[in-house]
Design a protein around this ligand. Structure first.
Ligand SMILES: [Zn+2]
Length: 184
């Protein structure tokens, strides 16, 4: 892992992971999507269901197997890189399959083999039987997805992640969620 990747990963503290896990479980069996800044998690709208319904030939996948940020969210994400609180990690979930970075994911994250956003990691959350169980963070390096960290969401065991040290711990049960107080 490079220093730059570690810096981006530091946005994924315990509170952020709790919020992402809750988002993934709330919208399952659809895929969730959103991004993370140093200030917290920005859950986004998965526009795939609407697109599939309106244009099934053009968008054959449903929200269960694909995600697409709604236009307003895409714009906010792009603009964040010019602001004081840029996106660090873009996340989405996979339903009842592993947290791997698919060819479709890679195609969506790159243009002509280059990352759309060079300073952005990608987190894939695996949801099984309605529960967010694990997640893997990827960086786009030379046109390919490279794993930079993995997370056990079932236990939210952050002890093994050095970059999380001192940056807060998961909130007590029952207080996780977008409105939960940040612990750091
Ligand atoms: Zn995916």
């Amino acid at each position: 892992m490079t220093t730059r990747h570690a810096r981006l990963l530091s946005a994924l503290d315990g509170a952020a992971l709790c919020t992402i896990a809750e988002h993934a479980e709330r919208v399952a069996p659809d895929e969730c999507c959103g991004y993370v800044t140093d200030d917290g998690v920005r859950p986004c709208e998965n526009d795939q269901a609407r697109l599939h319904k309106a244009h099934p030939a053009q968008f054959p996948r449903t929200a269960r197997t694909a995600f697409r940020l709604a236009a307003a969210d895409q714009l906010a994400l792009a603009r964040s890189f010019d602001g004081r609180d840029p996106a660090r990690v873009l996340y989405h979930s996979h339903i009842d399959i592993g947290p791997y970075f698919s060819e479709t994911d890679l195609a969506g994250a790159t243009f002509d083999g280059r990352p759309l956003y060079p300073d952005l990691l990608h987190l894939v959350v695996s949801v099984r039987d309605g529960r967010a169980v694990d997640a893997v963070a990827f960086a786009i390096v030379e046109g390919a997805a490279v794993e930079v960290a993995s997370f056990d969401l079932a236990s939210l065991d952050l002890a093994s992640f050095e970059f999380s040290e001192g940056r807060g711990s998961p909130p007590p049960a029952g207080t996780s969620g977008p409105d939960a107080p940040r612990t750091r």
